[in-house]
Design a protein around this ligand. Structure first.
Ligand SMILES: CC(C)(COP(=O)(O)OP(=O)(O)OC[C@H]1O[C@@H](n2cnc3c(N)ncnc32)[C@H](O)[C@@H]1O)[C@@H](O)C(=O)NCCC(=O)NCCS
Ligand SMILES: Nc1ncnc2c1ncn2[C@@H]1O[C@H](COP(=O)(O)OP(=O)(O)OP(=O)(O)O)[C@@H](O)[C@H]1O
Length: 196
């Protein structure tokens, strides 16, 4: 079974590109979705213990948690130390189920794949990118997003050029949905020739 690692910085088009993979029959595990589920489940108690007052009625309050950790590298590292192992457990269960089901190729959608050394756990890295001005317009169009918050998030993420350099394949979402969909189909044809 070939494991694709789908990654890319904020607003580059990972989720949309993951949708193209699913449409081609590739099961996708979404790390961000796993984190959202953990914030209603297994992560609530350890996060409340580490950051008192950041959960409400058994659910992590993302805004309170963000206010508590963002801008404090040690606190972000502590949060990641709680969350990332739980995400890995969910990913491992997804991979085992896909292997049992006889899947030939699966994808892990992990925004921080390269930041957390995750390239070692996939066979192929696919980086989703877009021209900087397009990324910027997309992110700043989001409710509540500010130039400062955008800069803060970019500062925490590996530069896009480095993510493209480390990738086996790049999907550029700058030229519309159909162009990106065609790139996904092209890379899948290339990877399906691989044997694992
Ligand atoms: C700190 C938290 C609560 C802030 O939540 P909030 O809803 O305000 O922001 P959101 O999660 O949407 O993040 C916004 C953007 O930053 C990226 N991002 C999220 N966490 C991190 C991080 N630790 N380092 C770098 N980029 C990050 C996301 O991929 C997204 O592109 C949240 O980011 C979080 O729970 N982070 C720890 C878990 C994690 O590392 N998630 C990334 C998925 S692998
Ligand atoms: N190929 C594309 N062509 C045009 N617009 C796109 C394309 N891919 C994504 N978009 C648009 O860009 C925005 C961000 O897309 P998406 O949510 O998939 O990115 P993301 O990388 O998952 O974002 P984040 O990491 O911030 O969650 C959305 O408005 C989406 O419709």
């Amino acid at each position: 079974m070939i494991v694709l690692g789908l990654t890319g910085s904020i607003g580059m088009g990972k989720t949309t590109t993951a949708g193209f993979l699913r449409a081609e029959g590739v099961p996708v595990h979404d790390a961000d979705a796993a984190v959202h589920a953990l914030y209603r489940g297994a992560a609530v108690a350890p996060i409340e213990a580490a950051f008192p007052g950041t959960t409400r009625t058994g659910v992590v309050d993302r805004a309170a948690l963000a206010a508590r950790v963002l801008g404090d590298a040690a606190a972000v590292a502590r949060l990641e130390g709680i969350v990332h192992p739980l995400v890995r457990t969910a990913e491992d269960a997804f991979r085992a189920a896909a292997r049992r089901a006889g899947c030939r190729i699966v994808a892990l959608d992990v925004p921080l794949l390269l930041e957390i050394g995750g390239a070692a756990r996939v066979d192929v890295v696919l980086t989703v990118t877009a021209r900087p001005e397009i990324q910027r317009a997309r992110v700043l169009a989001r409710p509540g997003m500010t130039e400062e918050r955008f800069a803060q998030i970019l500062a925490r993420q590996m530069p896009d050029a480095e993510k493209r350099r480390r990738a086996h394949g790049v999907i550029d979402t700058s030229d519309g949905l159909e162009a990106a969909r065609r790139q996904v189909a092209g890379w899948l044809r290339a990877f399906q020739g691989m044997s694992r």
